[in-house]
Design a protein around this ligand. Sequence first.
Ligand code: UD1
Ligand code: MG
Length: 448
Amino acid sequence: MTVSTIILAAGKGTRMRSPTPKTLHKIAGRYLVSFSVELSKDIKSKETIVVVGKETELDTRKALSDHKVKFCVQNTQLGTGDAVKIALKNLKIKTKHTLVLYGDTPFITKGTIRRMISRAEKGFEFVFLGFKSQTKNSYGQFKLGPKRTLIDIIEKNEPGYTSSKCFSNSGILLAQSNIITDLITKIKSDNSKKEYYLTDIAKMAAKCGYSSTYVQCKEDECLGVNSQLELSIAERKFQNDFRKKLMASGVSMLSPETCFFSYDTIIKSGCTIEPNVIFGTGVTVQSSTIIRSYSYIEGTQIGKHCQIGPFARIRPGTTLSEKVKVGNFVEVKNASFAPGSKANHLSYIGDAKIGTNTNIGAGTIFCNYDGKNKHTTVVGNDVFVGSNTALIAPLKISDGSIVAAGSAINRDVPPESLAIARPMQQNKIGLAKKIMLKLQKLAGKVKK
Ligand code: UD1
Ligand code: MG
């Protein structure tokens, strides 16, 4: 079946009370609207068009610049029917079916859309997605006919809306393109909101002798975001589902509810995640690695058998090969560690390349920034960098060398050399005793 997808995202989202457009709020690091864009890709849509508002157009275009989608602008939000009408006019490729998704409903699955497609293949011109709600809500209500047909959808505050629990409309719709294109122009705005309701199409279809049906999914799959509270509920659902998936795939978590992941986090089996760890976007962790508590990791590739944290901060552009250790209060940014290297305590490692089996001592600072530009430090294999050292980039420390503790190094270090850059120590024999005596005399404790 060939499908084009329309994603409705023109609403202002005033209930979010935020300067950010509603569908550009994020769940697990991904824009709300991107979930629907990904879904349209997953079902191999021939064309995807996002309906944006005047105020949200630029930001939405920017947010989706990596995606192959089109945009059309709905200048005034006259209702879902009007939004779909504008989108249909702007679709270039004629596909047999058109799918309508919402930019604020992120959890619809590919499986559900497939079920809708298979109902459409049985000859239904319109397939709506609905759910049975456990609680009273303000969603549109399905009015069903015989044999799983749908004869109308009643919006809240419209005649026929009941106060009892019933089948709710998710808003997602799969329709035969030529028929929806025809009927959409006939929708009127003679309702309490003076809006063009897309849902009126169910009744119109029935009148014209077309058949509508529905597919049922779970209520939480249709969860929509209209307020900050609902955004947090959606985030919680995502995180709970993700944690379950990770554990089912062999990742150990001591306190899963305290760990947070991004939509694209990959963690292989045999890893352990201690409590209170946060994964920003772009993190992959290979098997049998342990991430200790209070670590914050983003944009990082981590190899097998590594030990990270507690309290590690690992920032984008970092690659840690196998058996690497990054310990407490270590910040790493845009740096690579070859196998077996360690930075166990209190360091900043930025814009660096570190060889195999190298040890970065406690308190080492990679001075990568001169106030204007960033510079790189290359540290070779089997290097020992002593504690409390400043490595001033650009700098190269070659294989097998040692940097003495407390050094400030700004010249390259040749292979197998000792680099020491600190004032020479002097021991003045007996001088301490003399000084103490003098101080005590001054304080009047010893007779002059
Ligand atoms: C809609 C459905 C309702 C369904 C509910 C599910 C209609 C008339 N009603 O109601 O049956 O139960 O969704 O959430 O369709 N939008 C535009 N342009 C507009 C209006 C809306 O792009 O002019 C977009 C919004 O950004 C949003 C989506 O369409 O993504 C739904 O709009 P919303 O106003 O939230 O519709 P509901 O009243 O919730
Ligand atoms: Mg809504």
